[in-house]
Design a binder for this molecule. Structure first.
Ligand code: COA
Length: 167
């Protein structure tokens, strides 16, 4: 039997998650542009990859490793992880990729000795809110008119993690 997500789409089988490299940037920017009203530029990703010592960036690729299907950018400061952005290519959404990718990021946080993960999300982003709630995130606050493009508030969400390594 083929596993289906609750949204009725076939779950994607195996895929690989790895650190982002410079060659991934075009695929990542494509997903970014398809996902966010105010997307990060190619140079922003280049900066995060090459110069920001607090940044960790990951991509998910198809099993054949040919196509970038999702990416995430984290900042790790002290024992806290901030998820800056996570996005799945529209073609691969609602097939369980976001859930498994987020699980990987939480596991990565624990392996880095982190105790908490935070992120901001738009109240209108039902898919993301649902993804985060299912992963155990809880809302802990609101930043007023945080998004300068739509003037929407941001919901701040938080997850406690059990660190697996010394910081
Ligand atoms: C949010 C996002 C990363 C989810 O990735 P995904 O691969 O589609 O997620 P999954 O298939 O693992 O689905 C996880 C849960 O999210 C919810 N969900 C997914 N798509 C949804 C949709 N279109 N509407 C409402 N809920 C949805 C469901 O609760 C789903 O669980 P289910 O399969 O048991 O029903 C993806 O929609 C995306 O890239 N969105 C654009 C970028 C973005 O908004 N990122 C978050 C910024 S805070």
């Amino acid at each position: 039997m083929i596993a289906k997500s609750r949204r009725g789409r076939e779950r994607l089988g195996a895929f690989s998650i790895m650190s982002m490299s410079l060659e991934d940037i075009p695929g990542v920017v494509e997903i970014e542009n398809l996902s966010f009203p105010t997307p990060w530029s190619e140079s922003s990703f280049r900066y995060e990859l090459q110069e920001n010592p607090y940044a960790s960036l990951f991509v998910a690729r198809t099993r054949e490793l040919t196509t970038v299907i999702a990416f995430a950018c984290l900042w790790i400061v002290d024992q806290e992880v901030k998820i800056n952005n996570i996005a799945v290519h529209p073609v691969y959404r609602a097939r369980g990729v976001g859930t498994r990718f987020l699980r990987f990021l939480i596991d990565h946080a624990a392996s880095q000795g982190c105790r908490e993960v935070t992120l901001e999300v738009r109240p209108s982003n039902q898919a993301a809110l649902s993804l985060y709630r299912k992963a155990g995130f809880v809302p802990i606050g609101r930043r007023k008119q945080y998004y300068t493009d739509t003037h929407e508030d941001a919901i701040v969400m938080w997850l406690r993690v059990e660190p697996r390594a010394a910081p």
